[in-house]
Design a protein around this ligand. Sequence first.
Ligand SMILES: Nc1ncnc2c1ncn2[C@@H]1O[C@H](COP(=O)(O)OP(=O)(O)O)[C@@H](O)[C@H]1O
Ligand SMILES: [Mg+2]
Length: 459
Amino acid sequence: MTATYTQPEATEQGDVIIWVDDITKAFPTPDGSHLVLDGVSLEVRDGEVLALLGKSGSGKSTLLRCIAGLSYPTTGDVTLRGQPVTGPNPSTAMVFQTFALLPWLTVQQNVELGLEARSVASDERAERAARAIDLIGLDGFADAYPRELSGGMRQRVGFARALVTEPDVLLMDEPFSALDVLTAENLRSELIELLASDEFVIRAVVVVTHNIEEAVTLADRVVVLGSNPGKIKAGFPIDLPRPRVRTSDAFIGYLDRIYAILTRGGDSVGGEAGSSESDGRASQESVVDRAGNTSTIGHDRPLPVVTVDGIAGFADIMLAERDRSIANLAADLGLDIDDLFPLVDALELLGFAEVSNGRTHLTEEGARYAQAPIQEAKRQFAQAALAHAQLIRVMVSTLQRSASSRAKGAFFLDMLRRHHNEQHAQLQLVTAIDWGRYAELFEYDDRRDEFTLVAAQVS
Ligand SMILES: Nc1ncnc2c1ncn2[C@@H]1O[C@H](COP(=O)(O)OP(=O)(O)O)[C@@H](O)[C@H]1O
Ligand SMILES: [Mg+2]
């Protein structure tokens, strides 16, 4: 990779593309704040692939989000090509562990979404998407729907969605970890080839991983993040020729070295230690933002973007809890608190949980829901959704008012677009489809983009 897609005419080491300058990140907690990143500095130079390694919870995703402009450091600065990062940057693309593909859009359309926010003419959008689809090995699948794809193919769509923007900087957060070993292996080596080819102009790559072998396979340089709070423990180049031979002594030497660093002491004990009170307000805002649910748009309270499986599973877990700190619970479950927030929010919205001061417990109804047999649980969910989830209520009453008990998805989408940006509108609809189907309130046919009222609801 280094040889081909890197090294412009710049300085010997290449220009600095990403500069993280002594950042800290603290999240507010009920009893103060939780210091997640502490004095992290790092540079990524032109042409470089940097792997960010660390245990779960060490702050890798947080750091990557700060680079992406999806979150902000509490103190310190992040700059991209000399410009302060103040929000999502069009020249940066992010690949996540899994992608929310829109079920009613084809692969081609899902990839074009990557360009949606930019004013790219529709024929150019189509052409660029087709090219990205081709490059990422999805040719032949352009007209397929996500449900027709395997997990590996879906992740390819996610890659294509990132690559279609022709980013300057590619950020990847554990992009292969949701795939089975062989699929991951395959996709990883294709990505290496792709980055090394002249097809893309990507100048810098940061890949977050907890997989040492992946880091040594991909990276020009590795940075190891220690936990509690996240601090850089070590950083060094991987000085191996490509393609890399995993059985070579030198390769294995790197594995040993990194393993030793990762398991070496130095992680301070007790995650609660951080008590920085600085700038609690800024981080509070970003928490609210990133939970995505706390803010209300118009008069509506948006649906928390979580699946019913998630809600049911979480209610089950909460059954065993009395009054839990949400941050604590997230840590116990090994979840990002970001993943937990919308679940808590969903239970609360449905009247299944109460939340105060960062703590939560199930209500009586919530406890009943968690213990009910499936049909009973569905009925209870349907009732709660109709009572408290405005979008579901509006959709059902629209369908009830339609003579045919049918309505087009596009109709609801237009309605949602009045209150949400495109991506949010789509996510609201996907979530409503999931909830409504489970509750047996309505059916959705994605080929026809059509909702149908379930018979029991026809009044
Ligand atoms: N929005 C948030 N609010 C509160 N705490 C958070 C938030 N996001 C992450 N954290 C906490 O920050 C720590 C690091 O999280 P993260 O960056 O996701 O780690 P990693 O990606 O290395 O697993 C964890 O303790 C996590 O609970
Ligand atoms: Mg993470």
